[in-house]
Design a protein around this ligand. Structure first.
Ligand code: H2B
Length: 100
């Protein structure tokens, strides 16, 4: 529980920088649903995000059905019970960069 949570201003900046993401869990997380052509492309995306997650030691919560991947980013080590931190902002930016 040692990671500082984003301030309201920092959270607003995060959403402005990545408008496809939305706040979830009463502001404690951000979420985005990705759709791909098929399962193979979805799994390829997940594989690349998994490598990012290991490199950043920051791991997404996600749910996959065929070509759809729902990603939730939150920091378990932030706040009392988890919250948004700079780690989530960095991961969101890295995921966006994968798809750019
Ligand atoms: N992922 C996420 N989403 N939040 C965390 O707080 C977190 C993590 N902490 N991955 C890391 C691992 C921590 O448990 C290890 C010990 O560094």
């Amino acid at each position: 529980m040692s990671v500082p949570e984003l301030t309201a201003e920092e959270t607003a900046a995060l959403l402005a920088a990545h408008p496809a993401w939305e706040l979830a869990r009463e502001g404690k997380a951000i979420a985005r649903t990705f759709r791909f052509r098929d399962f193979s492309e979805a799994w390829g995306f997940m594989s690349r995000v998994a490598l990012l997650a290991e490199a950043q030691d920051h791991h997404p919560e996600w749910f996959n059905v065929y070509n759809r991947v729902e990603v939730t980013l939150t920091t378990h080590d932030a706040g009392e019970t988890g919250g948004l931190s700079a780690r989530d902002a960095r991961m969101a930016a890295a995921i966006e960069a994968l798809l750019a």
